[in-house]
Design a protein around this ligand. Structure first.
Ligand SMILES: Nc1ncnc2c1ncn2[C@@H]1O[C@H](COP(=O)(O)OP(=O)(O)O)[C@@H](O)[C@H]1O
Ligand SMILES: [Mg+2]
Length: 245
């Protein structure tokens, strides 16, 4: 289907990335392969420091790989960082249109208003970031990313700094937004619970590669992490996380 982004995914092949630290060259990603399906939530799960942010930055084009490929043909990505990164001197509305071209701002007014209402900020369009709670700031960061009409959201532990209840409500919110708009999501986290709750596909990374993937496509409606099938998934994920060189 031409023009419909929802049928192209992201293909990551043999991705290698290292950094030079002093005399040493450290490999962070070591030939990583991953298929990220369109229109679904793919969660990359791994321990702190395993290279999740590096992977996301490579996919988002913020960094160059040493070798390997990220096939993003037909994909328009938008990144949501761990911190909301809002401009304190701009209102919610102004922050949301920040990534748009000047001439797009007026043309996109209806779309932007729709997005702000989807993320539940319609009553706060004229508020400043300092007047918002952490959850509302996270919503605004999500709205700003959605305003450019991306076919993929690249999300780097966007809810990690939120308290338990806000985080839980943002996870639900994200699933609702994803269903409403059909945007593909590549979401990285170190939280097993977050991965199990959100993912259509979980990719566990360690030692610079994907240790294993698990598809949960059929188990999405009102997931209870205490259910037998989810406990089984949890054990599989724990097993993959435990395998380290
Ligand atoms: N620009 C950089 N220069 C040197 N080392 C880096 C750089 N960026 C990340 N690293 C190192 O790469 C490793 C992976 O980092 P990162 O991708 O941020 O992991 P994660 O997001 O999974 O916690 C860490 O050991 C980190 O110190
Ligand atoms: Mg990180």
């Amino acid at each position: 289907m031409a023009g419909n982004s929802s049928d192209t995914g992201i293909g990551i092949q043999n991705l290698v990335k290292g950094y030079v630290l002093g005399e040493e060259r450290i490999r962070i990603l070591n030939g990583l392969n991953l298929e990220v399906p369109a229109g679904k939530i793919t969660v990359v799960l791994g321990r702190s420091g395993c290279g999740k942010t590096t992977l996301l930055r490579l996919v988002g084009g913020l960094e160059q790989a040493d070798s390997g490929e990220v096939n993003m043909q037909g994909i328009k990505p938008a990144i949501v960082f761990q911190e909301p990164r809002l401009m304190p001197w701009l209102t919610v509305y102004e922050n949301t249109v920040f990534g748009l071209d000047r001439k797009e701002v007026s043309a996109q007014r209806q779309n932007v208003e729709k997005i702000l209402s989807i993320v539940g900020l319609e009553k706060f369009v004229n508020s400043y970031p300092s007047q918002l709670s952490g959850g509302m700031q996270a919503r605004c960061a999500l709205a700003r990313a959605l305003a450019v009409k991306p076919s993929f959201l690249l999300m780097d532990e966007p809810f990690a700094a939120l308290d338990y209840f806000t985080r839980e409500s943002m996870q639900k919110e994200l699933m609702r937004v994803q269903k409403t708009l059909g945007t593909g999501i590549l979401f990285v986290t170190h939280s097993i619970e977050e991965a199990l709750l959100l993912a259509d596909r979980i990719a566990v990374i360690g030692d610079g590669v994907v240790k294993g993937t698990m598809d949960l496509f059929s188990e999405k409606t009102g997931r209870e992490l205490t259910e037998e099938s989810m406990l089984h998934c949890r054990n599989t994920v724990l097993g993959l996380l435990a395998v380290q060189k």
